[in-house]
Design a binder for this molecule. Structure first.
Ligand code: AVI
Length: 320
């Protein structure tokens, strides 16, 4: 991180993103300090997340990929050809070819908040699918989206893999799933990946890997705040902390201050005691019935569900 900080100083004194600054300053002002997990994903954060997906402990990505590989034909048969595919939070689009190859879509709309990353991966996908129209959309998919002409309102197929839904509180998840139904149009379909509740012996290492990549991912948030929000957080005095919250059925990631410390963010001063944490992420896990209830509460009807032999992860097809 230090190295990256030296190579990539805050770009030319660009003004801070007001939404980022507001989230950080208000999150740091609360009794339990927090920053919304969406701010993990600058270019470096997106790269680190990609590295996480390849870790031996991080089972979700490879498990979901193997479910999609085995079931893409079944999904395609249920969905039918010629729909636009809209991927929410596409990242590196690593699982997308499995779906695109099977469903014969009219076009592909990857939506991601990280513009540079989006363009890189859209270009790579374009090389594999030279005849497929691709319309990358740099946007926060939590906000209402306006899809390109011809895609809006045409019963598109939404693709929301990776259990990203788990990073939201239930009420925000319901809002998002409802918005997706509205965005995708009448008779839409949704393929969504949802991580299951399982033993903390599997869950905790998935977020606290032996190589420390997830720790770097978590700490990169502080580096980003320093770089983009004129802050001086002493990153070396924080450590990555992971806990399973059984009551809320979620993994929590925190950054714990290892000593009493103080810092400023765009001129505002904050202090932390040793042992105090900044809550940076929730990753909710869902049982089979919980996931079906979540979808139904959001206006979607579960049509089919596929899982792996160990029931680690589920891929669900739903209709609006
Ligand atoms: C993107 N999201 C589904 C990941 C997760 O598993 O909640 C983010 C992540 N955080 C730490 N490791 C992975």
């Amino acid at each position: 991180l230090r190295e990256i900080d030296r190579i990539l100083p805050r770009s030319g004194g660009a003004p801070p993103d007001p939404a980022f600054l507001a989230d950080v300053q208000s999150g740091f002002s609360a009794r339990q300090k927090s920053v919304p997990a969406r701010w993990f994903y600058d270019h470096r954060g997106s790269q680190l997340f990609e590295a996480i997906t390849r870790l031996p402990e991080y089972y979700p990505t490879r498990t979901e990929r193997s479910i999609l590989a085995a079931r893409a034909g079944e999904i395609a048969a249920l969905v039918g050809p010629g729909r636009a595919v809209v991927e929410f939070g596409s990242g590196s689009s690593a699982k997308t070819p499995l779906l695109l190859r099977a469903v014969a879509p009219a076009c592909y709309v990857p939506v991601d908040i990280s513009g540079a990353f989006l363009r890189e991966s859209a270009a790579a996908l374009g090389r594999s699918f030279p005849d497929l129209p691709i319309h990358p959309l740099e946007a926060d998919f939590l906000e209402p989206l306006s899809l390109p002409d011809g895609v809006a309102g045409a019963g598109a197929l939404g693709f929301f893999p990776g259990s990203t839904i788990g990073n939201m509180e239930a009420r925000d998840a319901v809002d998002l799933l409802r918005n997706m139904a509205a965005t995708l149009g009448a008779d839409a379909r949704l393929v969504i990946g949802i991580d299951r509740i399982k033993s903390p012996d599997i869950l905790v290492p998935a977020y606290d890997d032996a190589q420390g990549v997830t720790a770097q991912f978590n700490l990169n948030l502080l580096a980003r705040i320093n770089r983009e929000l004129a802050a001086d957080i002493p990153i070396a005095d924080f450590r990555h902390l992971v806990r399973w919250n059984d009551d809320a059925a979620r993994i929590e990631m925190h950054l714990e201050a290892t000593r009493d410390l103080a810092f400023t963010v765009s001129g505002r001063r904050f202090a932390m005691r040793a042992g105090e944490t900044i809550h940076t992420e929730n990753s909710h896990k869902y049982g089979r019935r919980d996931a079906a209830l979540l979808l139904r509460a959001s206006g979607w009807t579960p049509l089919a569900e596929w899982t792996d032999a160990d029931d680690l992860f589920a891929v669900i097809l739903a209709g609006a």
